[in-house]
Design a protein around this ligand. Structure first.
Ligand SMILES: Cc1ncc(COP(=O)(O)O)c(C=O)c1O
Length: 369
């Protein structure tokens, strides 16, 4: 890459590598049916009322978003017992994270993040001129808060953390988050990416809303892409103190959520609430069943608090991933995170997971012969 005039930070950033798309895989391997379990999407989406509301927006798509922008903030505020001034919107959790980096990170700042986690934190921080301090997960594939605290310096501006963590599905608890917040220097903030929080029980996670209400220096980032199944609509939000939200709104673009996504998100929280919850119940049941099945295959499975499972295989995960892809099952080998023998699989429907388990067993057999 060599672009005349591009900022020097652009050259230090790496492009995001997304999971394989169904169309690419169908074409490349001449398949008619593909099970996509590589991007943590929701197989039950879109939900009926949300779909109807999104379609109903089409005739007015020529007009910038209006009332629903305010309504979604209000609806989210009510969900968390907060005023809408605590909520900022963006194009997916990714868009929100990017705006947070633009709000806080400048040259000379250090940011701390887990090495085996969602990559965007690293790239957006480098792009803003920040110096990235990466901290490895422990041998249980979990963030070790003491290691994060040891890495804090007077230059620390942000700590980025994903809870539950992608790709390992592990969590840090309330006591750890309290300790970390107490250890942060005056001008530093914890950005807790809770993209998968809805797949855990609330009592297993820190109460971030309570921490925000208590004026702790923490921001919670959430998305409609996973639990609510609106990945293609691109809508996410941040919950933080009104002061931070007003800064967030100042640096983000004027209309930072689109009409269709806004309409879909509002219905997910209201008229589709039961449908969303029913789907999540199925996914959580399936998560437990697939965990058991993988364990029966003598594979080491990391307990998941999310809509995906991280597990170890007795062969090269990339090669096994390719075997599965050729058989029409897309998963995420974790070599890019330094886990050459681990795979992350999204929880799909029972039929999808049966197909995955069948092909996985055949793949492992083939790899070890
Ligand atoms: C931890 C985490 N945060 C944020 C995102 C961004 O998702 P989106 O931009 O679709 O909301 C993802 C997507 O995979 C994720 O895994």
């Amino acid at each position: 890459m060599n672009i005349a005039g591009a900022r020097k930070e652009v050259y230090s950033a790496e492009a995001y590598v997304s999971g394989k798309s169904m169309d690419d895989v169908k074409k490349e391997f001449n398949l008619t049916k593909v099970v996509k379990l590589g991007s943590n999407e929701n197989p039950y989406a879109p939900f009926p009322n949300s779909l109807r509301a999104m379609v109903a927006e089409m005739p007015v798509i020529g007009v910038y978003p209006e009332a629903n922008f305010i309504k979604l903030r209000k609806t989210l505020g009510e969900k968390f017992n907060l005023g809408s001034e605590y909520i900022g919107l963006g194009h997916g959790g990714g868009g929100v994270l990017d705006t947070i980096a633009r709000l806080f990170v400048e040259s000379g700042d250090e940011v701390i993040l887990p090495k085996q986690s969602y990559r965007l934190y690293r790239e957006i921080s480098k792009l803003m001129g920040g110096t990235v301090r990466e901290v490895s997960l422990d041998d249980k594939y979990t963030v070790n808060i003491d290691d994060i605290i040891k890495t804090i310096s007077p230059k620390t501006k942000l700590v980025w953390m994903c809870n539950p963590n992608n790709p390992t599905g592990t969590i840090v608890d309330k006591a750890d988050i309290d300790r970390l917040l107490d250890a942060l220097p005056e001008r530093a903030w914890l950005v807790l990416d809770e993209a998968y929080a809805e797949f855990s029980n609330a009592d297993e996670l820190p109460d971030t809303i309570d921490l925000i209400k208590k004026n702790k220096r923490i921001l919670s980032v959430r998305t409609f892409s996973k639990y609510y199944g609106l990945a293609g609509a691109r809508i996410g939000y941040v919950i933080a103190s009104p002061n931070v939200i007003s800064g967030f709104d100042t640096v983000s673009e004027p209309f930072n959520a689109n009409r269709i996504a806004l309409a879909g998100a509002i219905e997910c929280l209201t008229s589709d609430k039961n449908n969303v919850e029913k789907a999540a119940k199925l996914l959580l049941e399936e998560r437990e069943r697939v965990t058991d099945e993988l364990e029966k295959m003598n594979l080491e499975v990391t307990k998941s608090y999310s809509n995906f499972i991280f597990f170890k295989v007795p062969c090269d995960a990339d090669a096994l991933g390719l075997f599965l892809t050729k058989r029409g099952v897309i998963v995420r080998p974790c070599g890019g995170w330094g886990y050459a023998n681990h795979i992350r699989v999204t929880i799909g429907t029972k039929e999808e997971m049966n197909e995955f388990l069948k092909q996985l067993a055949e793949g492992i057999r083939a790899m070890n012969n």
